[in-house]
Design a protein around this ligand. Sequence first.
Ligand code: NAD
Length: 319
Amino acid sequence: MILKGLRCLVTGGAGFIGSHLTDALAARGADVVVLDDLSNGFESNLESAMASRRVEFVRGSILDADLLARVTAGSSVVFHQAALGSVPRSVKEPALYHQVNATGTMNVLEAARASGVKRVVYAASSSAYGDQPTLPKIESMRTDPRSPYAYTKLAGEHMMRSWALSYGMACVSLRYFNIFGARQRSDSQYAAVIPRWAEALRRGDAPLIYGDGGQTRDFTHVSNAVHANLLAATTTAPLTGEVVNIGCGGRYSLLRLLEVMQASLGTNVTPHFEPTRAGDVRDSEASIAAAKALIGYEPVTQFEQGLRATLAVSAAAAR
Ligand SMILES: NC(=O)c1ccc[n+]([C@@H]2O[C@H](COP(=O)([O-])OP(=O)(O)OC[C@H]3O[C@@H](n4cnc5c(N)ncnc54)[C@H](O)[C@@H]3O)[C@@H](O)[C@H]2O)c1
């Protein structure tokens, strides 16, 4: 499959990762329909992609089956990025998460099946591994979802596999590990740690750390997630619902992350510690061997390079 002239649907395409993916698709000559209800995304994230005239934005929900059928018609590939993303919010509102992330994913697959879509690429989550001590995380390890968010994202992976086997659709799940980059929201209660800390440090406020700060993550710049999606869309390998990790294959503690951020921003603010949150995992690091074997994935941007680029963009936006 080649990207030039490819018609595709990006659900959640006005969000953080989806808008970067839409940029990349449009830049390579694909024709993209974005479906997003703007519950956590912004139409302004699509400004540069829309200027290419290759992107159509439709405001609406993956829970609206009729709309989904209309926007899916004619697409060859669906990139399913739409979801509710916060672990703590999912603990408070499990039914909503089940509806949007699990039922919504089934709706996307059913619309794809009805329209004869050739391939579905799914944004899965490393939260599927839970809090197991073995590192790095390998796809053959048992899963242990520890929050409603993690369970719903894992349910989506099982749907990809079942729809691939039952209906012969090419499906693949990309298990993202802590994706960060420009356009990641810093203004919500549930914001990811990098944009939240960047904002706090710039204001001179204490960055908030849940736990002792020794917990580790495989922080992965968004360019790597985009790269993985493009590889998954274009590979000639048969896709039958495989699950592959998408990370950098390294890990950094929150204290180390803070140190690198303070050095980049020229700040020296003492963090504030709060107790660990329900559903949060201790350590996380991806093995990326399976993604390499299946789709030829290797990271295109390493952690510190991606972090510096992200802080530079957010500094420019803050001016
Ligand atoms: N950011 C990460 O580190 C990370 C890690 C693992 C998995 N993921 C997955 O990647 C995907 C994208 O995440 P993100 O970080 O870009 O989050 P995001 O919130 O920026 O993007 C999700 C988008 O989906 C939209 N959306 C939510 N509910 C919708 C609905 N019912 N119908 C249509 N659109 C809807 C939101 O408005 C938003 O624009 C999600 O599926 C998420 O679970 C992200």
